[in-house]
Design a protein around this ligand. Structure first.
Ligand SMILES: [Zn+2]
Length: 502
């Protein structure tokens, strides 16, 4: 019987569903056909696999060859099926014994000289193969990292002929886990570098502790970018599941692993596909690369409105659906948004030297360009002014603050998960009110304050969430009027009321 079945993995988002490569050799005129792909793709596969087999001094089977990738509805992108097809041909033509493929999966591209190249998304294939208790056969590049997945069994070889030898060995040597499987931790700037900005430091502490999104409004040079890049250094280490998800996403993009929260700062000229995900391969976008970390949108008013509107769904649900042809891939995208904007197009509107020449109408329109659904989801709004010059020139403090603060934030976050199963940022209005445990007097005074500031219900809920985080940082269960008053001070950005400071 000239038939062989080889197990491999497709790629759908960050998962790797199983695919069986069925190879059938029949009598008749020599031909080569891959069922379910276009003729052009079929010819490409034939050229690569044939050259690789012939270059490896193996025999190309002179039969009528039919190859089926099952299930047929799985997307069959890329050259990742080269290796399983080549192995299938060798087994079907009796050049490789059937025992060589038992409980083994194959993944990799072949170059014309028969050498093996790694495929993107090999990490998710490793996780799935490990769950199925299968050994995964791959290219040597990055194999040590794959072998560091607990319980995985990885075989690797530089080329097709060497792999055939490995497969027929009685006890083939598994790839050893990389000597340093721990990924490096990025070095973020310390909180102590933000000099003369106590209000901003407090906002960052709150943002980190409650997971709140943050909008900073201030003239150029006040340290908005620095503040944003301080934030990931304040966030506690990621949960193992989140860490694994971000590794899977980076693996799909061919990027190395990093430990802990990431920091992504896409430019405002980024396309929707780059930011949200998409392109021809339905790859993850910046918002997924920032999963578990910080997404910084500098000069947020410069981003096209259509791009900003696309952020609403992931901000609500923590994931994004990327559609490509008839397939939908879901990628995790639970990021913390930090946005920065100038007070007006020239950036000088709030400065004391009165250098701004923008008309009130232009300023209003500029500030409203980010208002609405996006700012509704941002709990912390901070208006910044330039710090006094003597503070900027003072010697830098010797004590590093971020690491110490991060420990406290970790315990505050753990307390929130214990109490309500999520961070304060993700509390709905009703739940926010419930967990704030306001006394009757505080509630009455808060309602009075809301009325005098003519704030909406959504606005009130945002302040409750921030007040809850303030009380959590104080280690207090009942939110007091003092907490609420401080929370009210974090909503002074003119975008909310569409007005202009006089
Ligand atoms: Zn201006």
């Amino acid at each position: 019987m000239h038939l062989a079945f080889i197990e491999t993995r497709s790629q759908a988002g960050i998962s790797a569903p199983p695919v069986t490569v069925e190879v059938h050799l029949s009598a008749g005129l020599p031909a080569f056909q891959v069922v379910g792909v276009t003729d052009a793709a079929s010819r490409e596969i034939r050229s690569r696999v044939r050259s690789a087999i012939v270059s490896s001094h193996l025999k190309w089977p002179d039969f009528n060859i039919t190859i089926n990738l099952s299930p047929t509805e799985q997307i069959k992108q890329g050259a990742r099926f080269d290796l399983p097809i080549a192995i299938g041909l060798l087994v079907a033509s009796n050049q490789l014994p059937r025992e060589a493929i038992e409980n083994r999966e194959f993944l990799g591209e072949l170059s014309l000289d028969g050498s093996l190249r790694p495929s993107l998304g090999a990490l998710s294939a490793t996780l799935s193969a490990t769950d199925a208790k299968h050994t995964l056969c791959v290219a040597p590049d990055g194999a040590a990292q794959l072998a560091s997945v607990p319980g995985s069994r990885i075989l690797a070889a530089t080329d097709l002929l060497s792999l055939c030898a490995v497969l027929q060995a009685r006890e083939p040597a598994l790839v050893k886990p990389g000597s340093d499987p721990l990924a490096p931790i990025p070095n973020y700037p310390d909180l102590s570098q933000l000099r003369g900005q106590p209000f901003l430091c407090r906002a960052l502490e709150l943002a980190a502790a409650g997971g709140h999104h943050l909008l900073m409004c201030g003239p150029p040079g006040v340290g908005k970018t620095l503040a944003a890049s301080v934030l990931p250094g304040l966030l506690p280490p990621l949960q193992p599941k989140t860490q694994q998800q971000i590794w899977l996403i980076r693996d799909l993009m061919g990027l190395p692993r990093v430990s802990g929260p990431t920091f992504r700062a896409p430019h405002h000229s980024s396309t929707i596909a780059a930011l949200i995900g998409g392109t021809a391969r339905a790859t993850p976008g910046e918002i997924s690369m920032a999963h578990g970390g910080v997404l910084f949108l500098d000069e947020v008013t410069e981003f096209p409105r259509a791009v900003l509107n696309q952020l609403r769904q992931p901000l609500e649900s923590g994931e994004i659906t990327v559609v490509r042809a008839q397939h939908q891939y879901r990628y995790p995208a639970r990021f913390q948004l930090v946005a920065a904007m100038n007070p007006c197009p020239c950036g000088q509107a709030d400065s004391e030297d009165g250098g701004c020449r923008c008309s009130p109408d232009i300023i209003r329109r500029y500030r409203q360009s980010v208002s609405g659904p996006l700012t509704d989801r941002i709990d912390l709004h901070v208006t910044l002014t330039k710090p006094p010059h003597e503070q900027l020139l003072s010697p830098p403090p010797e004590r590093r603050l971020s690491a110490h603060l991060m420990q406290r934030i970790a315990s505050v976050q753990a307390h929130q998960y214990g109490r309500q199963g999520c961070l304060n940022r993700d509390l709905s209005g009703e739940r926010a009110l419930a967990v704030c445990a306001l006394s009757a007097t505080t509630r009455a005074r808060f309602i009075e304050a809301l009325a005098s500031l003519s704030l909406s219900a959504r606005s009130a809920h945002r302040r409750l969430r921030v007040a809850r985080t303030l009380a959590d940082l104080d280690g207090i269960e009942d939110v007091s009027m003092a907490h609420l008053n401080t929370a009210l001070s974090f909503r002074e950005t003119p975008t909310e009321v569409g007005g202009v400071k006089g």
